[in-house]
Design a protein around this ligand. Structure first.
Ligand SMILES: NC(=O)c1ccc[n+]([C@@H]2O[C@H](COP(=O)([O-])OP(=O)(O)OC[C@H]3O[C@@H](n4cnc5c(N)ncnc54)[C@H](OP(=O)(O)O)[C@@H]3O)[C@@H](O)[C@H]2O)c1
Length: 406
């Protein structure tokens, strides 16, 4: 991750040094101190140092190229290779918005046009179709990913613990996008959740080629203040069951020599976050797992993609993790929409990309911070942005009308 700015910087300095040597440029217009500095940064030993990251990048590129070229295709319901079109591409049907966040008229307009279009298309599942399995789908980013896949006519197995919402959502997807949907009700915080999912898939004879590990929960508190049951819930959903599901479906993908696995990590997967230590650690685990098993599985034409969003609007994440009054949610700089994160996840998975920080501002802030700031300072910034903002009501009105400070 950190290598992109370093490589770019090395290329610029190497190019400058070569230019100075070839053109025999003399530094006339500069002070003596600046001349010494410029002589040092364009000297032969420094040029050797600049070539190290550039050579590393070239060797890495050469090493991963064969597996990238071999990556298998993902097919849609009609047996066509799925293209990684962008969100606004007119060839794909529009996103059905979440009715909670748009006006009734806007929702109904899109719903009716999607329904009309879908009724006029055939609904045949080709042998070649690649089924996707998505954990956590009835709200937030998961909802967006389900629609993103449906826009590309990928049949989906939707896994959720919320039965009524799942039934309603699967009906909606079928009505609007005409893709086959299979639903599995499973609480991923429970020990037997993965066994239940695998049994259902076997019974229905569904082979999964596209796994999206989206379900995730968080909590904002000092770790020692958290109930043991909450810690277990976070670990089971965010790590244990995600790993077990990836293992069992990974075996089947390996047999078929074809597949994609998406892991929903987070920016906090790169930065430890006091006040959300278990969640941040679980996302660092996710990121590490995605990277390492991605390397293990690339030989079998299976690509693992780790998605790292920052704060995402129109999700229940802030309220369910008790962080609505934290700085990142109060001052929404670089906040993303679930649709953008979903498209980013699906597109990058189809392409077989390894890791994506979603949003240019998030990516820039992370890279700059990691290059320039000491890790402890980055962690403290993370802590501040996660902690509840102290109440701004410094001045409170007393009952009799006079003003006091707290
Ligand atoms: N929102 C953000 O700012 C943000 C930022 C970075 C990363 N992320 C990550 O993105 C992923 C999706 O989160 P979100 O933003 O969409 O949050 P959300 O709106 O709170 O949704 C949480 C998701 O997790 C699923 N889930 C929760 N408990 C579950 C359980 N016991 N069994 C099965 N599924 C369960 C829910 O599925 P059902 O309700 O359908 O059961 C839902 O899809 C998470 O992994 C999260 O860590 C979120």
């Amino acid at each position: 991750m950190i290598s992109y700015p370093i490589i770019s910087f090395s290329i610029i300095l190497l190019a400058l040094s070569i230019l100075v040597k070839v053109e025999e440029i003399q530094w006339n217009q500069v002070t003596k101190e600046s001349k010494i500095f410029l002589d040092i940064i364009t000297s032969i030993p420094m040029m050797i140092i600049y070539t190290i990251p550039i050579t590393g990048a070239i060797l890495t590129f050469i090493h991963i190229l064969p597996s990238r070229l071999r990556l298998s295709y993902i097919y849609n319901i009609d047996g066509e290779v799925i293209k990684s079109n962008m969100i606004a591409n007119s060839k794909l049907p529009p996103f059905l918005p979440d009715p909670k966040f748009v006006s009734k008229e806007a929702y109904e307009k899109i719903y009716n046009s999607l329904k009309k279009k879908s009724e006029s298309t055939t609904n045949k599942v080709d042998d070649k179709a690649s089924w996707a399995l998505l954990t956590g789908c009835t709200r937030g980013i998961g909802r967006g990913i389900a629609i993103s896949l449906a826009r590309r006519r990928v049949p989906i197995v939707l896994v959720s613990k919320n039965e009524p919402a799942l039934v309603e959502f699967s009906k909606l997807i079928q009505e609007c996008y005409g893709v086959p949907i299979h639903t599995i009700i499973s609480d991923l915080s429970k020990a037997d959740a993965v066994e239940k999912i695998v049994k259902e898939l076997k019974d229905k004879d569904i082979a999964i080629e596209f796994l999206i590990n989206n379900a995730g929960v968080a909590d904002t508190r000092e770790m020692v203040e958290m109930e043991m049951s909450k810690i277990e819930e976070i670990c089971n959903i965010n790590m244990l069951n995600m790993t077990k599901l990836t293992k069992v479906l990974g075996v089947l993908m390996k047999e078929k020599q074809r597949g994609r696995i998406v892991f929903l990590s987070s920016l906090v997967g790169a930065v430890p976050i006091p006040m959300s230590s278990v969640y941040a650690a679980s996302k660092a685990y996710t990121r590490s797992l995605a990277r390492s098993i991605g390397r293990e599985l690339e030989t079998y034409n299976i690509a693992c993609t780790c998605i790292m969003p920052g704060a995402v609007a129109e999700t229940d994440f802030a309220s369910s993790s008790n962080m609505k009054s934290s700085l990142v949610w109060k001052f929404p700089i670089g906040r993303l929409s679930p649709q953008i994160v979903a498209e980013c996840a699906v597109i990058n998975a189809i392409k077989g990309n390894q890791e994506v920080v979603v949003g240019w501002l998030n990516a820039a802030l992370l890279y700059i911070a990691q290059c320039l700031l000491p890790p402890r300072l980055i962690m403290i910034i993370g802590e501040w942005s996660w902690k509840p903002v102290p109440s701004l009501n410094i001045f409170r009105k007393k009952k009799n009308g006079s003003i006091t400070t707290e």
